[in-house]
Design a binder for this molecule. Structure first.
Ligand code: GDP
Ligand code: IMO
Ligand code: MG
Length: 509
């Protein structure tokens, strides 16, 4: 619904149907119809009682024109942030950094297999499914349709954020998002248990694969189904028929559809007002020239198509996935920023050409605190791999990259960077798709002189002086990446804290 001029749009509920766009006067105390008020309340409902009062932060200001009539992408500032390696590159930290200048931050794939860490002063936030932009406190955050959503985890995370004083009222969930239900988690564990030695993936056990399998098998449950309880019950019953046969055959307890439906409806009740057509929300924001950040999870080599299959996750983690997973078109994308950790890590199984199993690997693991944010498993560590990064540049269409954890390499005498692979006496400069071949590839290294241990003050000087304040060898190391990839780096991160970040973009300080 859109009326009049000079006001704002708000996404609100009408009765039990899906949310609509509502137009309200900027100074009007009267909020959108229905407002989802009946359904809100409880520990994590839209706080402040009836209507969308506290969510005025997420109202999208219309510049005295009906924005729906403006061409898409008129003033676009849409940035995708993706991991270029095997995840845990520091996407959470860099998303939070970019988010200070954005209005809307959306996750577009993955689920609570992700673990994104944001450090602000003494506070450490570990987010698994809530977009990292939430920590800024005044942003609209969106869980896009491409995500698989565990409402149990989301409730836990939002409760915790609220307890720590972070406002969570401006979170929207796509009506098309697929839900991770208890039987998905169970199936994840069972599948992993039944895989034979050498074929185990080492999943996070969060039900990601089975939830995406249901989505493509067309037996998934979507957030929008929560608005139609009878239909939801039938969908869950239907989805459980085959699964219960498998659980029974494996000697596992079976699931009761009614029990799951009742529990889900109770859990989801306060969440109903947050369920919206987030594609419409994002497109509207883009039309109005708002800054939108699309926060990737995992990394390019965990992508279901482009990663080291089958040792991958179940979604498209590459930048192209952002369009399908957020419901926007590729024409509106402004920038694609690849997050590059200054070395390589991997959690779980699968080949890893530059893996270090010596004391340097241990040193990097210890100094970089390379232990999984989600499962606390130790991350395997290795040298930087340009063969991987070149392919990442191409499959993501990177326009720039951000280097993270450069400080972890301080004090290492000689650093190595893999520039090619050797296979059967030949040099490969592109990443092979065959895991058998990849497993036999040997790294071809270029050696770099290291730089001394640096203090936080040493690094902070870069903010005033620029990269010249850093040791020459460090600059050579980072410049080498940019020259090889043919794209610039705009961000250098030298510690986990929000302020331990250098922004080299000419228009930023
Ligand atoms: P994500 O999954 O890509 O968001 O990354 P994670 O949060 O799982 O892992 C990155 C880890 O490195 C977190 O503990 C961050 O706090 C930390 N971190 C991020 N950037 C830097 C950095 O530049 N230096 C150091 N030492 N730690 C960093
Ligand atoms: P962030 O967003 C690192 C890995 C798992 C496993 C494989 C499949 O924090 O970078 P899944 O549970 O997705 O079916 O597991 O993918 N994996 C990650 N590794 N960072 C992540 O996310 C990951 N998400 C999944 O360890 O090897
Ligand atoms: Mg992580």
């Amino acid at each position: 619904m859109m009326e009049g001029e000079g006001g704002v749009y708000v996404y609100g509920m009408m009765g039990n149907s899906l949310p609509h766009l509502h137009f309200i006067k900027p100074d009007s105390a009267e909020q959108a119809e229905g407002g989802g008020a009946e359904a809100s309340g409880g520990a994590w409902g839209v706080a402040g009682g009836p209507g969308w009062g506290p969510c005025s932060l997420l109202l999208i200001v219309s510049n005295n024109t009906l924005s729906h009539n403006a061409p898409l992408g008129a003033e676009m500032t849409v940035t995708i942030i993706v991991g270029t390696q095997w995840g845990d590159e520091g996407k959470g930290k860099i998303t939070d950094f970019y988010a200070s200048k954005a209005e809307v931050i959306a996750r577009f794939q993955g689920g609570n297999n992700a673990g994104h860490t944001i450090v602000v002063g003494d506070e450490v936030f570990k987010l698994h499914v809530t977009p990292s932009g939430v920590i800024q406190g005044d942003k609209t955050v969106v869980i896009g349709n491409g995500v698989v959503l565990d409402l149990y985890q989301l409730k836990k995370e939002l409760d915790e954020l609220k307890d720590r004083g972070i406002p969570v009222d401006c979170l929207f969930i796509s009506d098309r998002v697929h839900l991770i239900l208890p039987y998905h988690r169970k199936m994840d564990g069972l599948q992993e248990r039944l895989r034979t030695e050498g074929t185990k993936i080492g999943t996070t056990g969060r039900g990601i694969g089975p939830a995406y399998s249901d989505k493509t098998a067309r037996t998934g449950i979507r957030a929008g189904d929560l608005l139609e309880p009878d239909h939801l019950r039938e969908r869950i019953k239907d989805s459980l028929v085959q699964k219960n046969i498998l659980f029974e055959a494996a000697g596992e307890p079976i699931f009761d559809a009614d029990q799951i439906t009742d529990e889900l409806l109770e859990l989801a009740g306060p969440m109903i007002p947050r369920i919206a057509d987030t594609s419409a929300l994002l497109n509207d924001a883009i039309r109005q020239g708002q800054s939108v950040l699309l926060e990737g999870a995992q990394g390019s080599y965990l992508d279901i198509d482009h990663g080291t299959y089958p040792f991958v996750t179940s979604s498209n983690t590459v930048a192209g996935g952002a369009c399908a997973g957020a419901g926007i078109g590729p024409g509106v994308i402004d920038e694609v920023v690849g997050i590059v950790k200054a070395y390589t890590t991997r959690v779980g199984e699968g080949p890893f050409v530059t893996e270090l199993t010596d004391e340097i690997g241990e040193r990097i693991q210890e100094k970089g605190h390379e232990f999984g944010t989600t499962t606390e498993r130790p991350r395997r560590c290795g040298w930087l791999d340009m063969v991987m990064l070149r392919r990442s540049r191409d499959i993501n269409g990177l326009t720039s990259f951000a280097v993270t954890k450069i400080d972890v390499l301080d004090g290492i005498d000689k650093l190595k960077v893999c520039t090619a692979y050797e296979l059967d006496g030949k040099e490969l400069t592109m990443f092979p798709s065959s895991l058998e071949k990849l497993g036999r590839c040997k790294p071809v290294y270029q050696e770099f002189d290291g730089w001394p241990e640096m203090s936080k003050d040493d690094y902070t000087k870069v903010k005033e002086v620029g990269m010249d304040a850093l040791p020459e060898n460090l600059v050579k190391y980072v410049d080498f990446m940019a020259e090889d990839l043919g794209i610039p780096y705009h961000i250098v991160s030298f510690g986990p804290g929000r302020d331990e970040t250098v922004d080299l973009r000419p228009d930023r300080g």
